[in-house]
Ligand binder design. Structure first.
Ligand code: CP
Ligand code: NVA
Length: 319
């Protein structure tokens, strides 16, 4: 009961970038920058000064595969003095259909201090949110991958050494959860976003209207050269997302001319960088993915740093 009252006072959920004030997102990035700088000589599991999440446990549950998200959250909370418990949904009564979300949420709130969920259902996140008395973090859902994209904004600014609002950002690929969060970020951080994809896979009306309502614009092209022209940052992701229920071969064919190779990259700005959330498929050539413009490993590592600040934000401890 004491935890319930304490948490309600200052806890915050992290579900969708659209719903988080821009100044909070900027504060998370600044905190991550400070913390990363201070850790330069520290080893992986050494705890940050003050151990701000000492004694706290994050329960993370994956209904879909994950390598980076699960490991980076494990390291993130460890470095803040806390710990994680990682579950697969089929290990729970909930996953077997035997227990309600309401009761599961009460139990998670009784044992844990925070809950991270990767799921194929946005509704499930909302249902958990309703019954939890601890913060919930979206670790990837059909509509959003907010921890990934906030971390990517950090990576862009770290490499380019200027605010993302001054850069031309481009996405070549499918309209999916990562792009949805990138579109939300383009509004929150005021950067120009050009999207290159086949007509059939363009962002839908709902997201376009949301951008318009927020007095911003996204630029959509069905010609990858036009989308990439003058870009400072090129993002991509797999054409086939986890559990994408489409004719895979047909979709891959439809994206064929959107493959990111050196020829396509030559239309971007000279200083351009390439980022990819991983895992990768055939959407990018090895020469680009492993080439000098690619910063994908630094991008993956930065998830630890940014997620630490996301955790502090959710636990009401971001200073
Ligand atoms: N980028 C990302 O979320 O990777 P995982 O699916 O491995 O967690
Ligand atoms: N769009 C991808 C991202 C994986 C991190 C997916 O949902 O599978």
């Amino acid at each position: 009961m004491i935890k319930y009252v304490q948490n309600l006072n200052n806890m915050k959920h992290f579900i969708n970038l659209k719903d988080i004030p821009a100044k909070d997102l900027r504060k998370i990035i600044s905190d991550a920058k400070r913390r990363k700088n201070k850790r330069k000589k520290m080893s992986t599991l050494e705890i940050d000064k003050g151990a701000p999440l000492k004694g706290k446990i994050l329960i993370q549950m994956f209904e879909k595969a994950s390598s980076r998200t699960r490991i980076s959250f494990y390291l993130a909370i460890k470095q803040l003095g806390g710990g994680t418990l990682t579950l697969r949904s089929n290990e729970l009564h909930l996953g077997q259909g035997g227990e309600s979300i309401a009761d599961t949420a009460k139990i998670l709130s009784t044992y844990g201090d925070g809950f991270m969920l990767r799921t194929d259902s946005d509704q499930k996140i909302e249902d958990f949110k309703k019954y939890l008395s601890v913060p919930i973090i979206n670790g990837l859902s059909p509509s959003s991958h907010p921890t990934q994209v906030l971390s990517d904004i950090f990576t862009v600014e770290e490499i380019m050494k200027e605010p993302i609002s001054k850069l031309n950002v481009c996405w070549i690929g499918d309209t999916n959860n990562v792009l949805d969060s990138l579109i939300a970020a383009s509004v929150k951080f005021s950067f120009k976003l050009s999207i290159g994809c086949p007509k059939k896979f363009e962002p839908g009306k709902e997201v376009r209207n949301w951008v318009k309502k927020n007095s911003r614009k996204i630029y959509i092209y069905n010609d990858p050269k036009k989308a990439v022209s003058g870009a400072d940052v090129i993002f991509s992701d797999k054409v086939i997302s986890l559990n994408d229920k489409v004719n895979k071969n047909k979709k891959i064919q439809q994206f064929k001319k959107f493959k990111i190779d050196n020829r396509l990259i030559s239309f971007a700005s000279k200083k351009s960088i390439f980022l990819h959330c991983l895992p990768r498929g055939d959407e990018v050539s090895d020469e680009v993915f492993l080439g000098k413009r690619s910063h994908v490993w630094q991008q993956a590592l930065n998830r630890v740093h940014v997620q630490k600040s996301i955790l502090l934000y959710c636990f009401g401890k971001l200073r």
